[in-house]
Design a protein around this ligand. Structure first.
Ligand code: SAH
Length: 225
């Protein structure tokens, strides 16, 4: 992991010590068997991939600064939502980002991937599941998970056509969402959505990306994305 992270740092992808230290705590080898330290996405099965390490790093770099809006906040009250948790890698990183305080809710709609993610996390981070610091749910994530919100951070690991209002509604004041937008892989961008402390929402289009789609289980399994 150190070699991979040093490379990502040289390339300017990992910028902060916070993200470097966070990713160092989660061994990618627990989440993908082959070439875990290569910087590329890899097939997970069920027509989806585990994102490349540079995308996980970008997600953490974009999301983490928003946590400083909560300086006077008890970290135990942090809530983070990870939609399309897949391998479980980023779900654990998000928990490490807040020093295993608070709760990270990971949602995965394919039952086999949900189980795989759970098994991956159990290898070296079983305590997070046992202590309910990570709650994995086998659900359609398109509606988020209102029951445990609002969330200081929301990460969406699959691309939507437009920013779902239902997820904006589940963002806490001061919170931030990272979401790939666009159904055409040649025209897909990460949007960073901020909700300020007064509840005003702003949207920023950032890097060009290529994600699988946030879709129904049936469409995904038919390979329509
Ligand atoms: N972030 C994960 C997975 C990225 S791939 C990782 O890096 O390992 C996107 C994931 O989103 C896949 O696991 C896919 O099954 C899931 N997904 C797609 N549509 C979904 C939906 N409607 N609800 C929940 N999960 C969904």
């Amino acid at each position: 992991m150190k070699g991979l992270l040093n490379k990502l740092r040289q390339e300017g992808v990992v910028r902060s010590q916070w993200v470097y230290d966070t990713m160092l705590k989660v061994d990618r080898a627990d989440f993908i068997e082959k070439n875990p330290y290569f910087d590329n996405s890899q097939y997970l099965g069920y027509n989806v991939v585990i994102s490349a390490p540079h995308m996980h790093a970008y997600a953490l770099e974009y999301l983490s600064p928003a946590l400083t809006n909560f300086r006077n906040f008890n970290p135990k009250n942090f809530r983070i939502l990870d939609i399309g948790s897949g391998s479980g890698y980023l779900t654990v990183c998000l928990s490490k980002l807040i020093d295993d305080q608070g709760i990270v809710v990971g949602i995965e709609h394919i039952p086999e991937l949900f189980l795989k993610g759970k098994r991956n996390i159990q290898k070296h981070h079983k305590n997070l599941l046992d202590d309910k610091k990570i709650i994995l749910l086998n659900l359609d994530g398109r509606n988020g998970y209102k029951e445990l919100g609002p969330y200081q951070l929301i990460h969406v690991g699959a691309a939507a056509e437009k920013i779902p209002q239902v997820l904006v509604d589940q963002l806490a004041k001061g919170g931030r969402m990272f979401i790939p937008i666009g159904l055409d892989p040649d025209n897909q961008y990460i949007y960073v959505v901020d909700k300020d402390l007064n509840g005003n929402v702003t949207y920023k289009k950032t890097i060009s990306v290529c994600y699988v789609l946030l879709t129904s289980k049936e469409k995904q399994l038919r390979g329509e994305c």
